[in-house]
Write a protein that binds this ligand. Structure first.
Ligand SMILES: NC(=O)c1ccc[n+]([C@@H]2O[C@H](COP(=O)([O-])OP(=O)(O)OC[C@H]3O[C@@H](n4cnc5c(N)ncnc54)[C@H](O)[C@@H]3O)[C@@H](O)[C@H]2O)c1
Ligand SMILES: O=c1ccn([C@@H]2O[C@H](COP(=O)(O)OP(=O)(O)O[C@H]3O[C@H](CO)[C@@H](O)[C@H](O)[C@H]3O)[C@@H](O)[C@H]2O)c(=O)[nH]1
Length: 331
């Protein structure tokens, strides 16, 4: 057991809450900072929750000092690609400017380690094949740009020896805690698996397929879907890596193979046992045709080994959580 406390920003959100749960199960001391803008108080389970913003300098400085925080895991962000296209300044404010403020406080009080939630969206429209960490970063939407700028701040702080980091570039995160204690509760969700599960349970009337004329095998967008439990485990391994003295690094988090929108729909239909109502729509702004990780470095550097690399397991766990939400608040 370690004496340090880990500050998890955005720990009441979908991914952060899975990491908080795994950290607590591993006996770590955790404090969550979340403004509950898209997160849920109950998702932090038995961790301490401070309600507030990452950009609140006085609050962050107090939390870092009072809890003797040695490591920050920074999930707090707005995360929706189309929303970032419509309202870019909100993304640069919440994701980039508030990260700058958080980093300034971390350096001031002497936080040693930083694990950052970045995204495959930093790559933009990649060339053929899987994307490597050294592939060009050319985001095509403000969300991706807002995250890339945060990566640059971390790189520059590392260069002066101020803070060591692991940047994890997540591909498309899906699924839920296999025991359905927590899951994705996001209101008005836009993510494909979540929307498909809501359609399956009659919480929405139909599922839009955004674009069927992409240069992909079936014409729909292809993504590398990673189960949230595997992604959460990568964070604990990143923590151990930094504690061992590992150098700052950037790692893709995906499985290395992609599924089309139609394949995801088919998996949710298998889990549900009935067809979904689907409507073909034009392409959505800001969407690349295909994004698939070369995720070999995460295995080499962290020893990360996926346990849930199965689209049917992702669909079943996502649907199980959705059933639980539906039972708690019938429509
Ligand atoms: N879901 C994905 O597929 C995916 C993929 C790549 C990267 N990411 C990144 O993972 C992280 C977590 O995403 P998620 O899917 O869990 O989203 P989420 O919306 O469920 O979680 C974000 C959390 O941060 C909180 N928050 C937002 N802005 C805040 C602020 N300024 N101060 C304090 N709290 C704030 C929200 O209330 C919420 O609890 C984000 O950084 C996101 O960019 C997600
Ligand atoms: O109702 C829907 C929702 C999505 N899609 C398509 O499904 C694919 C995946 O879309 P979505 O689930 O919305 O995820 P992305 O837009 O790929 O973005 C997610 O994945 C990124 C990493 O790749 C993260 O950075 C973002 O935070 C996260 O929102 C895309 O081709 C979409 O066009 C549909 O056809 N219908």
């Amino acid at each position: 057991m370690n004496a340090e406390t880990i500050l998890v920003t955005g720990g009441a959100g979908y991914i952060g809450s899975h990491v908080v749960r795994q950290l607590r199960e591993a006996g770590e001391s955790v404090v969550v900072l979340d403004d509950l803008s898209t997160g849920f108080r109950e998702a932090v389970l038995d961790a301490t929750l401070v309600v507030g913003q990452v950009g609140d300098e006085a609050l962050v400085e107090r939390v870092l000092a009072e809890h003797a925080v040695g490591t920050v895991m920074h999930f707090a962000a707005r995360t929706i690609v189309p929303e970032s296209v419509a309202d870019p300044l909100r993304y640069y404010g919440n994701n980039t400017a508030q990260t700058r403020s958080l980093l300034e406080r971390c350096v001031k009080v002497g936080v040693r380690h930083f694990v950052f939630s970045s995204t495959a969206a930093v790559y933009g429209i990649p060339g053929d094949g899987r994307v490597r960490e050294d592939s060009p970063t050319q985001p095509i939407n403000p969300y991706g740009s807002s995250k890339l700028m945060s990566e640059w701040m971390l790189r520059d702080l590392d260069a002066i020896g101020a803070l060591r980091h692991v940047v994890l570039r997540y591909f498309n995160v899906a699924g839920s805690d296999p025991q359905a204690r927590i899951g994705q509760s996001t209101k008005n969700a836009t993510l494909l698996f979540k929307v498909a599960c809501e359609v399956a349970l009659g919480r929405r009337t139909q599922l839009s397929v955004f674009g069927s004329d992409y240069p992909t095998p079936d014409g729909t967008g292809v993504r590398d879907y990673i189960h949230v439990e595997d992604l959460a485990a990568a964070h604990l391994q990143a923590l151990h890596y930094l504690r061992r003295g590992g150098a700052s690094t950037t790692l893709n988090c995906g499985y290395g193979h992609g599924y089309s929108v139609r394949e995801v729909i088919a998996a949710v239909e298998r889990a549900h046992g009935a067809p979904l109502a689907v409507l073909e729509q034009p392409r959505r702004a800001g969407d690349p045709p295909s994004l698939v990780a070369d995720a070999s470095r995460a295995g080499e550097v962290l020893g990360w080994r996926p346990r849930y690399d199965d689209i049917d397991v992702i669909a079943r766990t996502a649907l199980a959580w959705e059933r639980r939400l539906a039972a708690a608040s019938p429509s």
